[in-house]
Design a binder for this molecule. Structure first.
Ligand code: C5P
Length: 223
């Protein structure tokens, strides 16, 4: 199966509050997004990575990924969904069997994650890693709790998310609203998406303290 990964790096990272996007920040001396790319490649199943980046920053990101099997970076859009669509358009000619969509802000993947996701595509059009919710969930408004949401059967979706290429392309063409992940679009189309175990080390760098946690998770691997 030919697998290509979209590395989603076109966000501005405003919640992080740094001058440059969070996916460019150094983590143990290398950009967060380079860690994410290397993690995708580690299982040896991904043929190439297509970085989706802020318009005008194609060369800068290309340099950060120097030496890795990457296609020329393409410019993303205003929303994550538009950015994924830009990536899928750029992949149309290559027409891989499967595509992974991964947040460049997620630098750590346990070994075997990509293998398990690609294996799941033999029986499902999509597959994602997800962690069961452990906190008690509240719905609220105006600073007051409205109700408690039962957490049984609820999961936190992570990336990389894996899809049969044709299924994801069609789901994006049919999308009628903005989604924060790609599995939502298959769900809307009534297609089954496999839930595989995620990992607490698969941290999405969103706030400065996440970078500290990512460093702590990566350090033991270097010793
Ligand atoms: O905003 P959020 O944390 O959900 O973004 C997840 C990933 O999607 C990040 O790696 C970000 O760079 C990427 N993204 C994108 N294009 C956008 C917004 C976010 O590629 N317009």
């Amino acid at each position: 199966m030919r697998v290509i990964a979209l590395l989603m790096a076109a966000g501005s990272g405003t919640r992080f509050g740094a001058a440059s996007p969070k996916q460019y920040l150094p983590l143990l001396g290398r950009p967060v997004l380079r860690h994410a790319a290397e993690a995708l490649l580690a299982d040896g199943l991904v043929e190439a990575i297509l970085p989706v980046v802020p318009a005008g920053q194609e060369a800068q990101v290309g340099a950060m990924l120097d030496g890795l099997p990457c296609l020329p970076p393409v410019a993303g859009g205003d929303s994550r969904q538009q950015s994924v669509q830009a990536g899928l358009r750029a992949l149309a000619a290559a027409a891989p069997d499967a595509v992974l969509v991964h947040d460049a802000a997620r630098p750590i993947l346990p070994a075997g994650t990509v293998t398990a996701l690609v294996e799941a595509l033999k029986t499902h059009p999509g597959a994602i890693p997800a962690q069961p919710v452990t906190d008690t969930l509240k719905a609220g408004s105006g600073g007051v709790i409205d109700r408690t949401v039962p957490r049984a059967g609820l999961f936190r979706a992570q990336t990389p998310q894996a899809f049969r290429f044709a299924a994801l392309l069609q789901a994006h063409r049919d999308a009628t609203s903005e989604a924060t992940d790609d599995a939502s679009l298959l769900e809307a189309a009534g297609l089954p998406v496999a839930l595989l175990p995620g990992s607490e080390s698969n941290i999405k760098v969103t706030y400065p303290e996440d970078l500290v946690r990512a460093e702590a998770a990566l350090l033991p691997r270097l010793l």
